[in-house]
Design a protein around this ligand. Structure first.
Ligand SMILES: Cc1cc2nc3c(=O)[nH]c(=O)nc-3n(C[C@H](O)[C@H](O)[C@H](O)COP(=O)(O)OP(=O)(O)OC[C@H]3O[C@@H](n4cnc5c(N)ncnc54)[C@H](O)[C@@H]3O)c2cc1C
Length: 234
């Protein structure tokens, strides 16, 4: 499929926690996107050009484009960013994907694992910046280690400043950290049955295995297919 391409500068690659890197790119002129969308990023290494897909983690109101990359594997994309040393030109596609907020007149429950937090972060900032008085948002997020939750303080601050609109639940399989429950996102959901609202919409993002388990739990709780929206990273 033919894609419109944009050239831009990859400005920074910072470690935000042990297993996650935050990429910052200059937002190209004319690059318009919706919260939840992703891009194809064309990168160049010693073997030549290659392409990887990443969800945009910054909200559409942002001047820069931000991405969160999980670095636990040793694939070509991860190696490229680990070796990043100076600002360089990269090529990205126009924004793609249909992982978008469908309606805001009901509670929105976000569940994410690993770098699946990226499009959810964009949703949260975008929704909370609008004047939507009856907004009800819950985030259930899980990753491997309690000490490596990307944007942990930012998420907690966002919840604190949301006048009760956003509540954040964090979990990790290993280690301990303030405000982080032990376990996985599916356990978090089972531990908090009050988060199953029959009339809510559910937005899931992360590895296929996690999404599969969550869909099963939601279905057993009577949540219908048309209340569940998802983006699979694998
Ligand atoms: C819609 C969408 C959005 C996404 N958004 C994000 C995002 O925001 N952040 C993010 O981090 N990822 C995201 N992904 C996943 C991303 O596109 C990549 O698939 C992921 O980062 C792995 O890329 P890589 O180049 O590092 O690994 P790849 O080179 O693609 O390799 C995949 C895995 O195989 C292993 N592997 C590679 N070569 C070998 C070998 N020879 N032998 C054994 N094992 C090998 C690697 O360790 C790696 O774990 C998204 C995917 C989709 C579909």
């Amino acid at each position: 499929m033919k894609m419109r391409k944009f050239k831009t500068q990859l400005l920074r690659v910072q470690a935000i926690s042990k297993n996650y890197l935050l990429l910052t790119m200059k937002r190209p002129i004319g690059f318009h996107y919706l919260a939840g969308q992703y891009i194809h990023l064309i990168l160049k290494d010693e073997q030549g050009s290659f392409e990887r897909i990443y969800s945009i983690a910054s909200p559409p109101s942002s001047q820069a484009l931000e991405f969160c990359i999980q670095t636990s594997g040793d694939g070509r994309g991860v190696k490229f960013f680990k070796n990043f040393s100076h600002e360089q030109t990269v090529v990205l596609s126009e924004p793609r994907g249909e992982f978008q907020i469908q309606r805001v007149d009901r509670p929105l429950i976000f569940m994410a694992g690993g770098s699946g937090l990226s499009p959810i972060r964009s949703f949260l900032h975008d929704l909370l910046s609008q004047s939507l008085p009856s907004l009800t948002l819950k985030l259930l997020y899980g990753c491997q280690e309690a000490s490596e939750i990307p944007w942990k303080q930012e998420l907690l601050d966002l919840a604190d400043q949301s006048s009760g609109k956003l509540k954040v639940f964090l979990t990790a399989e290993v280690g301990q950290s303030f405000g982080v429950e032990p376990g996985r996102v599916d356990q978090l959901l089972l531990n908090h049955p009050e988060l199953i609202y029959p009339k809510a919409d559910y937005y899931l993002c992360g590895p296929s295995g996690m999404i599969q388990v969550l869909i099963q739990i939601l279905s057993q709780c009577g949540i219908l297919e048309d209340q569940v929206f998802m983006e699979r990273f694998s």
